[in-house]
Design a protein around this ligand. Structure first.
Ligand SMILES: Nc1ncnc2c1ncn2[C@@H]1O[C@H](COP(=O)(O)OP(=O)(O)OP(=O)(O)O)[C@@H](O)[C@H]1O
Ligand SMILES: [Mg+2]
Length: 426
């Protein structure tokens, strides 16, 4: 998405201080290049990130935004495609032809032709586009769940970010705690952190009242607050349960489930059809509405959306919350995953994606399958998607029977591509 988001407009409760800080950041001094919103699962990073994206658009910034998704981490240039979705990449004095071409191929706007796209040309193209946009008005590059940005996008963005100087380009990242991504490492000297904590007691009360129309006594609100440490996702899931079972009697403890994961797992698994739809999206990597309908049918999709498991955005589906998908994936056996990967291979048309699903569905070596996966790897390389090429080449090798004639060639190929993947542009 380029501006705003397609999620329903929900009131942001509390967070006034954080939001005003983010507003100032976008239009402030360029010595602060990057802001990293971090905090535990469900604490409200995406909510704040969305509000900041909307506010920046309103203030006249040029906003390029993307939500990285766990299922799309293996899809090369997924994040970059989202960021550049509404940006026409045109040849001009700022964008030399090889860069335009490399970007077009990487973002699937043109077919690869001739030599594989050079990672460097793609990254330079990103830098040129950001610079030329920033001449018009301040630019905000906003990525939610940056830890799931695919490797190809990450590399290009880190390259560009390192070379930005006085330009009015800001980067806002949201992420769970963990190791900094290459993009953050590239900009560490000009980055500031914003750590989100749980909501206050008053905000928890307002959250329950506005989102679930649940008005509880002071005593029970306090129990919810203490049991969840104000984590809004946990508060909402617990609130949903309280709506069903009713509040605890005086003197009784709030029956707090062991974990948020348990609550989410139960919701994700409650009915078989929506569960399958959610699982397909979790494994599918950027599944479109028509692909999912072909796989599970209209009614399963509808039921999953109605139950609040899936959201549709720009014709693609995503889990309504990443933790919901994670909770379900944890409860699924390998066999069921493989079965679904096999079915996914039937509905996705892009060769590299199809090859990946076929590989993940297979346990044993198979000459013909290995050939298809190796072809998928070569296709990925032609797009400049080195990391994906390496992953598929590894799978192709795993599926090549011992003693097969192609084995030697595949080992050499993999070695060559691994070398290229490690030559991260500096
Ligand atoms: N300030 C807020 N006001 C109202 N609702 C909120 C607020 N913060 C979070 N929520 C709600 O709580 C839930 C979890 O929030 P959100 O998805 O933003 O968390 P997150 O930190 O991004 O989680 P994750 O780490 O899994 O990405 C959502 O349903 C969201 O609408
Ligand atoms: Mg989030």
């Amino acid at each position: 998405m380029a501006s705003g988001t397609a999620s329903p407009e929900l009131e942001v409760i509390g967070r006034e201080g954080e939001l005003s800080r983010l507003r100032d950041f976008v239009l402030g001094e360029p010595n602060e290049r990057v802001v990293v919103l971090s905090g535990g699962p469900g604490v409200g990073k995406t909510t704040l990130w969305e509000a900041a994206v909307a506010a920046s658009t309103e203030q006249g910034a040029h906003v390029l935004s993307a939500r990285a998704a766990e299922a799309e981490k293996t899809l090369p240039f997924a994040t970059l495609s989202d960021l550049f979705q509404w940006i026409p990449i045109e040849a001009g004095p700022d964008l030399p032809e090889p860069q335009r071409r490399a970007l077009d191929v990487a973002l699937l706007r043109a077919e690869p032709a001739g030599a594989p796209a050079k990672t460097r040309a793609i990254a330079l193209g990103v830098l040129s586009v950001l610079r030329s946009l920033a001449v018009e008005r301040p630019v905000l590059v906003a990525i939610d769940d940056v830890q799931w940005t695919d490797a190809a996008s990450m590399e290009a963005l880190a390259f560009a970010a390192r070379r930005l100087d006085g330009e009015s380009v800001r980067i806002m990242l949201a992420r769970r705690p963990g190791r900094p991504t290459p993009l953050e490492q590239a900009t560490a000297s000009r980055a500031t952190g914003l750590i989100l904590e749980g909501l206050s007691l008053g905000a928890v009360r307002r959250l329950l009242a506005t989102r679930l129309e649940l008005v509880l006594s002071r005593r029970v609100v306090r129990q919810v607050f203490e049991g969840t440490l104000g984590n809004p996702l946990f508060v909402l899931e617990l609130g949903r349960t309280l709506t069903e079972v009713g509040p605890p009697a005086i003197g009784e403890e709030l029956a707090l489930p062991d974990s948020l994961d348990e609550l989410l797992g139960a919701r994700a698994s409650a009915a078989p059809k929506p569960r399958r739809a959610l699982l397909a999206v979790a494994l599918g990597g950027g599944l479109t509405v028509s692909e999912l309908v072909e796989l599970v049918g209209d009614d399963a999709l509808e039921a999953a959306v109605e139950r609040g498991l899936l959201l549709e955005e720009d014709g693609r589906l995503r889990p309504s919350h990443p933790l919901l998908a994670a909770a379900l994936l944890k409860r699924v056996r390998a066999r069921e995953r493989r079965e679904l990967h096999r079915a996914l291979a039937e509905v996705v048309s892009e060769p590299a994606r199809r090859a990946r699903h076929l590989a993940l569905a297979a346990t044993l070596p198979d000459t013909e399958l290995a050939r298809i996966v190796a072809a998928g790897a070569a296709g990925a390389l032609a797009r400049g998607a080195t990391q994906q090429a390496v992953e598929l080449a590894e799978q192709a090798l795993r599926l090549t029977p011992t003693g097969a004639a192609e084995r030697h060639e595949r080992v050499l190929e993999l070695a060559e591509w691994l070398k290229r993947a490690n030559e991260v542009s500096r």
